[in-house]
Design a protein around this ligand. Structure first.
Ligand SMILES: Cc1cc2nc3c(=O)[nH]c(=O)nc-3n(C[C@H](O)[C@H](O)[C@H](O)COP(=O)(O)OP(=O)(O)OC[C@H]3O[C@@H](n4cnc5c(N)ncnc54)[C@H](O)[C@@H]3O)c2cc1C
Length: 611
């Protein structure tokens, strides 16, 4: 993986060029490489050897306390000490001012080595970034700074037992906490009551405090909750209460652990049901969790989206990391496992020794598919990461278009690796044969860990609705035009290479089919007709985007090889070919139902499911 990361960062995305920007001027290709070296080493030493153990010894409750194995503490500490919680932050808050794309690349090592270890760094970083963007100076100094320092860890508390995809239906309430509540130095102070389900890292003692970011509704004067998302506000609810200077007061906030969820995978991270304000830990003698408003009342979801967009790129990267772990494990297994004999024009020679299964075309197919998925996914995430840096430090005239591109690519960055790197893990099991179906080999765990990614941070179905129902329509379709222009530029460049003629034409054709299907889906202006097939649209869109990126990566690989035989670069071209020959043609079937506004799913009746 390291060699591919270096190739993508240096040869393809030219990250060293970022050092010319003022923000990154103290960096260079060498400083980026030393961050990657350090993270790779920590991941290999503190994460990978314990990935199995945190799966086997899942978090458990003893006397109301979450018990985790020692390696969870060691990995969390190692992650804090790596400085990665502050990787992209300003120097004056203790950060490294690294480009986001380098942070992402470095985090790929941790995702591959042990996705459930490290104390949920991504949540803490996202939480701090949200507060830096929307918090008051005091909220930043007290809460965000301690997260950046790794003293306190963060959560995001959106989901409730009855409200997952539809957050407008949350029932958690926030009411002003007395007459002086508006004057609290930490922000307008409220009392929260309600239940939050599925909260990752909601309870533990990996850090001295937990900063919960909680969505809740402030009731109207009649006591009723405002329907819809406009009624949702955002609150900081610390597990342990703090004074205005940010010191712990020694008092617990009224946030109680109601139970742990027992998960299929991702078991290193405790997943919790939290009760806010039920009176288990009364504050000043009464029930109600203390929370400080972030931003304006009613702006909660808008603020939270700041965290969710980053989290979505992070989810995609996590899926890639786990996909990579399975790819490398199954490749190594296939090199060592002897089975069968090759077919020759004269048939099979039973007297000849068996060959390594990597010699069989069908096993190569499964490995090539994995390579195409995981390296394509990595390219997608790093490309988005590079766009984030461009949006942060690029010239004023290009920033709006970069932000628009990111808007349309975010559902793909989240969903594509979640689906196809999971499929890579599925194939990794298959390469192992019966051994892959046992717990003696790691690939079954990779599949279980990766299965989460199509579910959290907006399910696959919800990503499709967001893409077709909102993102491609943004700015009267101009955002989609921007993406189409970028893809067109790559096609033009790749046409200059004899080896990439068919691939360039396939991307151009795929893009056209996608644009035509988008128009056809919306031609009747009926959302129920257009959106009934939003998931096949999401799949096709993702495949076109990844084909585009594979074309560009292949172009750079061909140029770098300069006619010489180089196994690493040749492998890039072959994986690209696999994607074009075996994967991209799938978009025809996906987009056919989209363009026809196929009513089969929409018209199916509940009663017809009778079995
Ligand atoms: C391990 C784990 C960790 C998590 N961590 C967190 C966390 O830290 N913080 C947090 O707030 N949440 C967290 N979640 C919650 C997660 O975000 C939700 O599970 C997810 O948003 C889906 O909500 P739900 O489970 O209620 O499913 P539902 O919303 O009930 O969806 C069930 C199915 O119906 C489909 N569906 C729902 N509505 C529609 C629609 N309108 N149109 C088409 N299809 C629809 C969905 O796509 C899905 O397939 C976590 C979940 C898990 C499993």
């Amino acid at each position: 993986m390291r060699k591919t990361i270096d190739f993508l960062l240096n040869d393809w995305l030219d990250v060293a060029a970022l050092a010319a920007r003022e923000r990154y001027s103290e960096h260079s290709r060498e400083t980026f490489a030393s961050v990657l070296d350090a993270c790779q080493r920590i991941a290999e030493e503190k994460f990978a050897p314990f990935n199995r153990l945190v799966d086997a010894q899942e978090p458990r409750l003893e006397n109301g306390v979450v018990v985790l194995p020692q390696c969870a503490y060691d990995a969390a500490r190692a992650y804090v000490e790596s400085g990665m919680l502050a990787a992209t932050q300003d120097y004056d808050v203790g950060g490294m001012q690294l480009p986001y794309v380098v942070e992402l690349a470095a985090n790929a090592f941790f995702a591959k080595a042990g996705i459930g270890l490290g104390g949920g760094g991504m949540l803490t970083v996202g939480n701090a970034n949200l507060l830096l963007a929307h918090g008051t100076p005091r909220q930043k100094a007290v809460f965000a700074q301690r997260e950046i320092d790794g003293k306190w860890f963060g959560t995001m508390c959106l989901s409730e037992p009855q409200a997952g995809s539809s957050l407008s239906d949350i029932l958690t309430r926030a009411s002003p906490d007395g007459d002086d509540s508006a004057q609290d130095p930490l922000g307008p102070r409220y009392r929260l009551t309600g239940n939050k389900m599925w909260i990752s890292n909601g309870e533990h003692d990996l850090s001295e405090n937990i900063v919960h970011l909680v969505l809740a509704k402030i009731p109207a004067v009649d006591g009723k909750l405002v329907p819809g998302v406009r009624g949702i506000s955002l609150f900081i609810v610390p597990k342990r209460l703090v004074n205005p200077a940010g010191e712990l007061t020694g008092e617990r906030n009224d946030v109680a652990l109601a139970g742990l969820n027992h998960k299929l995978g991702f078991r290193g991270i405790p997943n919790t049901l939290l009760n806010f304000g039920e009176g288990r830990f009364p504050v000043s003698g009464r029930a109600g969790a203390i929370g400080y408003l972030v931003g304006l009342p009613g702006d909660g979801l808008k603020c939270m989206f700041h965290m969710m967009n980053e989290a979505r790129i992070g989810v995609g990267l996590g899926a890639v990391g786990i996909g990579y772990a399975g790819y490398e494990a199954s490749r190594d297994y296939a090199r060592n496992r002897k089975q069968g004999r090759p077919s020759t024009p004269a048939g099979k020679d039973p007297a000849s020794p068996p060959v390594s299964i990597i010699e069989h075309a069908d096993v190569k197919r499964m490995l090539l598919a994995q390579k195409a998925y995981v390296e394509g996914g990595l390219a997608l995430e790093l490309y988005c990461g590079r766009l984030v840096d461009e949006a942060r430090t690029g010239s004023a005239e290009i920033v709006p278009s970069i932000k628009a591109l990111l808007e349309v690519l975010t559902p793909i960055a989240k969903s594509w690796p979640s689906e196809w790197c999971l499929e890579a893990n599925n194939l990794a099991i298959q390469v192992h044969g019966g051994y892959g179906y046992t717990r003696d080999f790691p690939v079954e765990q990779y599949w279980r860990d990766n299965r989460l990614n199509m579910i959290h941070e907006g399910t696959h179905g919800i990503q499709g609705l967001d893409l077709l129902g909102r993102k491609v329509l943004m700015d009267d379709g101009k955002t989609l035009d921007l993406l189409a222009q970028r893809i067109g530029q790559t096609v033009q460049q790749a046409r200059g290479y004899a080896e990439l003629q068919a691939e360039s034409a396939a991307v151009a054709q795929g893009l056209q089919t996608l644009l035509d299907a988008t128009r056809a889906a919306w031609s009747t202006r009926q959302p129920d007709e257009a959106l009934a097939n939003a998931t096949p649209y999401l799949q096709a869109f993702g495949h076109v985007v990844v084909a585009w990126l594979w074309l560009d990566v292949a172009r750079v690989a061909v140029a770098a090889a300069a006619g010489q035989e180089d196994a690493f670069l040749r492998g890039k071209l072959q994986a690209a070919r696999y994607f074009f020959d075996f994967e991209l043609p799938k978009i025809a079937a996906w987009l056919a139902v989209v363009a026809a506004r196929n009513p089969t799913c929409r018209e199916m009746q509940d009663a017809w499911f009778e079995s």
